[in-house]
Design a protein around this ligand. Structure first.
Ligand code: ATP
Ligand code: MG
Length: 274
C-alpha cells in the first residue's frame, strides 16, 4: 500500500472520472448518475457497493467495453494519464496501460495455462510477451507448476490467479479487478489480497471492486462507496473501516438492517428511526 507523497498530489491523476452518467437499453435503465473518482499513481483504490450499484458498469466505462454490453456514456469524461479516452477502442486502452480482470474468472478453459498467458499478451512483441510471461510465472508458482495443464481443469482459485496473471501480461500501469475473491475460500482470498499488494508494490496502480469489504479496505489507500448510481461516500480505507454505516452494510456488524447506504447514513446523521 503506497501512502500519498505530497508531490504526488500535484501530479495529474492516473485515472480521472468526472461526472460520468451511463445508461443501458437505449436510455431506459440509468446505471451511473454523475460519478467522479480518481486513482493516483501508486494507489490501491477500492470501489464498494451492493449488487446493482454500478461497479461493473464503472469498469466497463473505463475499459471501453461499455458499448459492447449495450451501455452508453451519456455525460462525463474518463481521462487516463492526462488523455481523454473518448472514442478510444478497448484494445487501444489496453495498449495505453489499462488491463482488467473481469467478473467470474473468464479463462479460456480449452487452452493451457501458458496459452492463456500468451493470449493475454496480445498487443506485445514476442520478446516482451516472453519476459512478461516469465515475470508472471515467478509471481505465481502455481501457474509455473501447471503451465501445460488445461485451464478448465484447475480449481476456482487457480483460475482466478490465471486470470490475474493474464491481465499482467500487458505490464499494465493500471490493473482493474472485478470481484476477484467472489466464491473463493478464505485462504485463497488471503492469497489474492497478498498478490494485489505485491502487484501494487511492484509499481502497478490498482482499482479493485470487492464484496469482501474488510479485505479490500485493509489494503486500500482510498475507497469509494457507490450507492443508487452515485458516489455516496469517499474516504481512506482506514476511515471507511471505522465508519458505522460501512460496518453495518459491508462488514456484517449488527445494525438496523437498512438496505441502502443512503438510508442508513441519513438515519444515523439525523437520528431518524424509520
Ligand atoms: N447489459 C445491461 N443491460 C441492461 N441493464 C444493465 C446491463 N448491465 C447492467 N445493467 C444494470 O445496471 C445497473 C448496474 O449494474 P452493474 O452490473 O454495473 O452493477 P454491479 O455493482 O457490478 O453489481 P454486482 O455486484 O451484482 O456485480 C443494474 O441496475 C443492472 O441491472
Ligand atoms: Mg458487477
Amino acid at each position: 500500500m503506497a501512502s500519498e507523497h505530497p508531490a504526488a498530489a500535484q501530479e495529474p491523476p492516473l485515472l480521472d472520472l468526472t461526472d460520468v452518467s451511463v445508461s443501458y437499453a437505449g436510455g431506459a435503465v440509468r446505471a451511473l448518475d454523475g460519478v467522479s473518482l480518481t486513482v493516483r499513481r501508486g494507489q490501491i483504490v477500492v470501489l464498494l457497493g451492493v449488487n446493482g450499484a454500478g461497479k461493473t458498469t464503472t469498469l466497463a466505462t473505463i475499459s471501453g467495453l461499455l458499448p459492447y454490453t449495450g451501455g452508453s456514456l451519456e455525460r462525463g469524461s474518463v481521462r487516463f494519464a492526462g488523455e481523454d479516452l473518448k472514442g478510444r477502442t478497448p484494445s487501444s486502452r489496453v495498449q495505453r496501460g489499462i488491463s482488467m480482470v473481469m467478473e467470474g474468472r473468464r479463462v479460456f478453459p480449452d487452452l493451457t495455462v501458458e496459452e492463456n498467458l500468451v493470449a493475454g499478451g496480445f498487443t506485445r512483441s514476442t520478446t516482451e510477451a516472453r519476459s512478461a510471461r516469465d515475470r508472471v510465472l515467478e509471481m505465481f508458482p502455481i501457474l509455473a507448476e501447471r503451465r501445460k495443464q488445461l485451464a478448465g481443469l484447475m480449481s476456482g482459485g487457480e483460475q482466478q490467479m490465471l486470470a490475474i496473471g493474464r491481465a499482467l501480461m500487458q505490464s499494465p500501469t493500471l490493473l482493474m479487478l472485478d470481484e476477484p475473491s467472489l466464491g473463493l475460500a478464505p485462504l485463497i482470498v488471503e492469497q489474492i489480497k497478498e498478490i494485489v499488494v505485491e502487484i501494487n508494490r511492484q509499481g502497478t496502480s490498482v482499482l479493485l471492486i470487492e464484496q469482501n469489504a474488510a479485505m479490500a479496505l485493509s489494503i486500500a489507500d482510498y475507497a469509494y462507496v457507490l450507492d443508487s448510481k452515485r458516489v455516496a461516500r469517499a474516504a481512506t480505507g482506514r476511515e471507511l473501516l471505522a465508519d458505522r454505516t460501512v460496518q453495518e452494510l459491508y462488514l456484517g456488524v449488527a445494525g438496523e438492517g437498512r438496505a441502502s447506504f443512503r438510508s442508513a447514513h441519513r438515519a444515523r446523521t439525523t437520528g431518524a428511526l424509520s
